[in-house]
Write a protein that binds this ligand. Structure first.
Ligand code: WTA
Length: 650
C-alpha cells in the first residue's frame, strides 16, 4: 500500500456544544451507542422500523434478501419516490418553500412544495408524451437550475431512470455515458452561467449527440437566451412541452428495487462505472441520514453547496432533504462571484441554518481571509458539514472557529457514490469530534479497518476501510457490468465491501480516512481516474506513453501531474505542454485539466511492465526518490525524471 501521512491521530476531541446537544435528535454518546447496538443486534428489525418513515403503497414483506453480493431491500414493497419527496409534504404544508434558488447574476426563484409538485407533474407528463416509460433512461446535462431537480423528480415519478452528467464534462464524456446507459432522451439547456460567462451546454450536447443513436429527443431549457443550433424533430423547448402538459400526474407505485438512477463515477480503469441505485433503500437511508447527521428540523434552511452532477447533490440536495420536507437553498455559480463573500451573503439572506460543503471550499475561504465573513451576519448557522476528501485539521479548526464561531458542530461525513448515503459521521449532538476524523459509523453500519485477510488492524495501523454487512442505500451493481461490481467491491477482500480507501482506527474506535489506495484522484473532491486521464493523453498524436499521479495541493487537496513520453518526431516544448493540458480538458472536461505535464524519455516500470506510480508520486511530491528502486527496468530513468522536474521548477 502506498504510504499515508500518519499526521492526525493525536487530535484532541471537541465535545458537542452543550446547547446544541440539549435540543438535538440524538443527545449523547450513550444514546448513539444504544441505537447502534440495537441496529447491530438486529439489522433487519432496525431497518424495517426506520422504513416507516416512507409512504408506501404496499408494505414490504421482507426487509432484506441477501445473496452476496446482491441485495434486495424491502422486498414486496411499492412506493413512488417523487410522491415521498413532494406530494406527501404538499398534503401537510403546501406553502412551505421547498426550493430557494439563486444564480450568480442575482436572479432568484422560490418554489413552494405545491409549486414544485405542479412543475414535477407537468414535466413527468411531458416525458410520457414523448414516449418515455418506466425503466427508460433519461440523460440530464444541465446547469444548477431548478429544472435539474424537477427533471430528476419527474423521471422518478414515472419510473424513468435518470443519469445526470455533470455540466463540466466534455462532449466525449457525455456521449460515452449516454451510450453506456442507452439513454432515450437528453435534457440540456441553451447554456449556463459560470463566473459571468456563458457555458454553451447545448453546443457540447449537440457535439455529443452526433454519436448517440439511442437519443430520440433532446429537451432544451431556455436559460441564457443565446442563439443555439436547432435540429427540428429532435430538439424541443422545455417550456413548450411543460406548458402543453397536464398538471395532474398520479404517482404510480413502483417496486422497492425499481432502478432510480445511474451515476457515473471514476474507478481504476479508463472506463467510468455506472453506479446503479434503486428506489426504497436508497431513499430511506438518504432521508434517515439527513435527519440524523444534519439534525434536521422543520424550520431549518438547509444548504448543500455541491453540484447535483455529483452524488452529494443527488443524495443531499435532492432526495434526502426533500424526502424530509425540508427547505433547500440552491446556488448556480462560483463562490467568489461577484466577490469572495458570495456564500455569506446567501447565508445571511436566507438565514441558512445548515451548511454542507467541501474541504476544498473551506481551504479556499481560509485563503481568502476572515474579513469576507465579517461583512455578514451569519449567526443563523447552527451546523456545518464537510464531505468528499479528508479535511486537514487546520482547515477543520478554521471552519469551527471562524465560520462556526465555536458553537456549530462540524459533521465530517464519509461516504461514496457507491454507498449512496453517509456511512461514517459524527451525530452532531452526540459525538465528540476530532479534527480530521469522520469519527464513528452510523447505526446499522459495520465499518472496519482491516488487512487483505479481513483481520482488523490495530489502533494507529493503516489498513483498508471495509463495510462488513449490506446496507439499504448501497449500489446494486455497475450498470451493464455485474462482473466488475463483484470483482471491485466484493472480491478484493472476500466477503466484505471494499471501499478503496486507506484508513486508521484509533483507540476510541474513531475512523480516520487517509485517502484512496487505487488510482482514483480527488481534485477539489471530484473523483477522477488516472487511467482515464492517461487514455486521454495517449489519444494525442504526440504522446507515446503517459502516467498520471496526484500530488498534494494546498486548496484542492490533490492536483493532477502527468508524466509523458513522446512519439518520435515530436519534441518537448512549452506549447506542447499547454496543448496536452488542453487536450485532456477537451477530452474529459475542464475538471480534469492537469496542473502539470512533465516530459521524460522513458517511464519507470517494473520488470513485468507495470508503471511504478509510487515512484512518480514521490517525484511529483518531492522531486526525489527514496526507498526500494531495485525492480526498475531502467535505473537511469530516475535521474532523468528528477532532472525533468528540475527544469520544471526553473
Ligand atoms: C473520499 C463523495 C475523507 C474517499 C461523497 C471516498 C472522504 C471518496 C470523505 C468517494 C471524508 C469522501 N473524509 N475522505 N469525509 N468523504 N471521501 O464517490 O476517498 O465522489 O472513497 O463520493 O471520497 O468519492 P465520491
Amino acid at each position: 500500500m502506498q504510504e499515508f501521512d500518519p499526521h492526525v491521530l493525536e487530535e484532541k476531541a471537541v465535545p458537542p456544544p452543550a446547547e446544541f446537544s440539549k435540543h438535538a435528535r440524538v443527545k449523547s454518546l450513550e444514546e448513539y451507542r444504544k441505537i447502534y447496538e440495537r441496529a447491530e443486534r438486529d439489522p433487519e428489525g432496525f431497518w424495517g422500523e426506520q422504513a416507516k418513515m416512507l409512504d408506501w403503497f404496499s408494505q414490504p414483506t421482507r426487509v432484506l434478501e441477501w445473496k452476496q453480493p446482491h441485495a434486495k431491500w424491502f422486498v414486496g414493497g411499492k412506493l413512488n419516490v417523487a410522491h415521498n419527496c413532494v406530494d406527501r409534504h404538499v398534503a401537510k404544508h403546501a406553502d412551505k418553500p421547498a426550493l430557494l434558488w439563486e444564480a450568480e447574476d442575482g436572479s432568484k426563484v422560490r418554489l413552494t412544495y405545491a409549486e414544485l409538485q405542479e412543475r414535477v407533474c407537468r414535466f413527468a407528463n411531458a416525458l410520457k408524451s414523448l414516449g418515455v416509460k418506466a425503466g427508460d433512461c433519461v440523460a440530464i446535462y444541465l446547469p444548477m437550475i431548478p429544472e435539474l431537480p424537477i427533471a430528476m423528480l419527474g423521471c422518478a415519478r414515472i419510473g424513468a431512470v435518470h443519469s445526470v452528467v455533470f455540466g463540466g464534462f466534455s462532449a466525449t464524456a457525455l456521449a460515452d455515458r449516454i451510450a453506456d446507459a442507452k439513454s432515450k432522451v437528453l435534457i440540456t439547456a441553451d447554456g449556463g452561467y459560470r463566473r459571468g460567462k456563458v457555458v454553451p451546454l447545448k453546443d457540447t450536447a449537440d457535439a455529443a449527440l452526433k454519436n448517440c443513436p439511442t437519443i430520440e429527443k433532446s429537451i432544451v431549457v431556455k436559460r441564457t437566451g443565446e442563439k443555439v443550433a436547432w435540429q427540428e424533430g429532435r430538439d424541443l423547448w422545455w417550456h413548450d412541452i411543460e406548458k402543453a402538459a397536464l398538471k395532474d400526474c398520479p404517482a404510480a407505485p413502483f417496486d422497492s428495487e425499481h432502478p432510480l438512477y445511474i451515476l457515473y463515477t471514476s474507478g481504476t480503469t479508463g472506463k467510468p462505472k455506472g453506479v446503479l441505485h434503486t428506489s426504497a433503500g436508497y431513499l430511506l437511508q438518504c432521508m434517515w441520514s439527513t435527519r440524523l447527521v444534519f439534525d434536521l428540523r422543520d424550520d431549518d434552511i438547509y444548504w448543500c453547496t455541491a453540484d447535483i452532477g455529483w452524488v452529494t447533490g443527488h443524495s443531499y440536495i435532492v432526495y434526502g432533504p426533500l424526502a424530509n420536507g425540508a427547505t433547500i437553498v440552491m446556488y448556480e455559480g462560483a463562490p467568489d462571484q461577484p466577490r469572495k463573500d458570495r456564500f455569506w451573503e446567501i447565508v445571511e439572506r436566507y438565514k441558512v441554518t445548515i451548511f454542507y460543503s467541501s474541504a476544498t471550499a473551506v481551504r479556499a475561504f481560509m485563503a481568502w481571509g476572515k474579513e469576507w465573513l465579517d461583512k455578514h451576519d451569519i449567526s443563523s448557522l447552527r451546523l456545518l458539514g464537510t464531505v468528499g476528501e479528508p479535511i486537514n485539521p487546520a482547515a477543520w479548526k478554521w471552519y469551527y472557529d471562524v465560520i462556526g464561531k465555536n458553537r456549530c458542530p462540524i459533521v465530517d461525513t464519509w461516504w461514496q457514490t457507491e454507498t449512496g448515503s453517509i456511512l461514517i459521521s459524527p451525530l452532531p449532538g452526540a459525538t465528540a469530534t476530532k479534527p480530521g476524523s469522520a469519527t464513528l459509523p452510523m447505526p446499522g453500519i459495520i465499518a472496519k479497518v482491516v488487512n487483505m485477510k479481513n483481520e482488523p488492524v490495530g489502533p494507529g495501523e493503516t489498513g483498508y476501510l471495509t463495510i462488513q454487512k449490506p446496507w439499504p442505500s448501497m449500489l446494486r451493481t455497475i450498470y451493464g457490468d455485474d462482473d466488475r461490481y463483484r470483482r471491485e467491491y466484493w472480491e478484493k477482500i472476500p466477503g466484505v465491501y471494499f471501499a478503496g480507501d486507506a484508513a486508521q482506527c484509533d483507540k476510541d474506535g474513531y475512523i480516520w480516512v487517509l485517502g484512496r489506495v487505487d488510482d482514483v484522484i480527488k481534485v477539489a473532491g471530484h473523483r477522477l481516474s488516472s487511467m482515464e486521464i492517461e487514455s486521454a493523453l495517449v489519444s494525442h498524436p504526440s504522446v507515446a506513453e503517459a502516467a498520471v499521479v496526484a500530488r498534494p495541493d494546498e486548496i484542492k487537496g490533490e492536483a493532477i501531474v502527468c508524466f509523458v513520453t513522446l512519439r518520435s518526431g515530436h519534441s518537448i516544448s512549452g506549447e506542447l505542454r499547454v496543448a496536452l493540458m488542453e487536450h485532456v480538458s477537451v477530452t474529459i472536461g475542464s475538471i480534469a485539466r492537469p496542473a502539470d505535464v512533465r516530459f521524460c524519455d522513458i517511464l519507470p516500470k517494473t520488470r513485468s511492465g507495470k508503471i511504478m506510480r509510487r515512484l512518480l508520486r514521490e517525484l511529483a511530491h518531492k522531486g526525489g526518490i527514496s526507498g526500494d528502486t531495485t525492480t526498475l527496468e531502467d535505473m537511469g530513468v530516475i535521474e532523468r525524471l528528477a532532472k525533468a522536474q528540475g527544469q520544471e521548477e526553473e
